[in-house]
Write a protein that binds this ligand. Structure first.
Ligand SMILES: [Zn+2]
Length: 301
């Protein structure tokens, strides 16, 4: 059974696509120094660090949010059977992962999903938007509205800068975004858009020009789904470390700082897109810095 976390009328579950060693930290973070593993032992624990290969643990998953009326998926991983034979995307090429079975274990069938929210339109966030059916890429969740950030959608459309910066993403847009638009299932959200009561999308640009985060607030407790503003918990300790995939360097750092301040000051639980086990947690202020407290087993239901 997937892990589930309860926020008043919202439940949050992780739907795994894969959990593997990912990038070498020096590749992912150009400013990386290994000292951080000595000064913050949490980061070299097996949840976040794969000692045998010296690589960072990397999770691909969706966050499933359920209310009485809604079944919502935030980000949709890499998808099965997609042609990603480029060196940068090797890990995502022609996958055959039991993602929909994981979703079924949580009691959800594709037709139950009412909303899909893509924080941004990178290869590892839109994959299960579609699946190969009857000779075409078709929406996996036929009854869902798919929500893209207004600015992010333009960024990857003709005339936007996205494909000039990252031409590798062209096939991704073609097989995982365009079929949604052609099926008339997409909607565009602006900064601050209320998706359903208690759930809003806000600008968190920097990683991509139009990345958005999802903020959950049940009136008492808050949670944040920040997409790739943070790839790894070490960025909580070193918020100026951008990943090599961040498009706007200064804005990415400013957004990350704003996110961490919000999590620490509001007590918002952080549910990033790629953290290793246990995949989410709390951010605390520590003097002028921040620290991370992973979710504990007893916090899960
Ligand atoms: Zn990502």
């Amino acid at each position: 059974m997937p892990q589930t976390f309860q926020f008043g009328r919202f439940s949050v579950s992780r739907i795994e696509e894969m959990l593997t060693p990912g990038f070498d930290p020096a590749f992912l973070f150009p400013e990386y120094t290994s000292e951080i593993l000595a000064t913050q032992p949490l980061l070299s624990g097996e949840g976040f660090w794969h000692a045998a290969s010296g690589k960072l643990m990397s999770s691909m998953h969706s966050w499933l949010i359920r209310t009485e009326d809604h079944v919502i998926l935030i980000d949709t991983g890499c998808g099965n059977g997609k042609y990603r034979a480029l060196p940068l995307f090797e890990r995502f090429h022609q996958l055959n992962k039991p993602y929909l079975q994981q979703l079924a274990l949580a009691g959800v069938q594709p037709h139950h999903v009412t909303l899909v929210i893509n924080t941004h339109l990178h290869v590892d966030h839109v994959g299960w938007n579609t699946q190969w059916r009857n000779g075409a890429w078709t929406p996996t969740f036929p009854n869902a509205k798919y929500i893209f950030g207004q600015h992010e959608f333009k960024h990857w459309s003709a005339g936007g800068e996205g494909l000039q910066r990252l031409p590798e993403n062209q096939a991704v847009i073609e097989d995982s975004v365009v079929p949604i638009v052609q099926a008339g299932l997409h909607e565009l959200a602006d900064d601050g858009a209320e998706i359903i009561p208690g759930l809003r999308m806000h600008d968190l640009s920097g990683h991509t020009q139009g990345q958005m985060m999802v903020m959950l607030d049940d009136g008492h407790r808050c949670a944040v789904f920040p997409g790739d503003a943070l790839h790894q918990p070490m960025q909580i300790y070193e918020p100026t470390w951008n990943s090599r995939f961040c498009e706007l360097q200064d804005i990415a750092i400013a957004s990350r700082m704003r996110l961490l301040e919000h999590c620490a000051d509001r007590g918002a639980c952080l549910f990033p897109a790629h953290f290793g086990r246990p995949h989410g947690g709390w951010v605390h202020r520590q003097g002028e810095h921040f620290s991370f407290q992973p979710l504990q087993t007893h916090e899960l239901v």
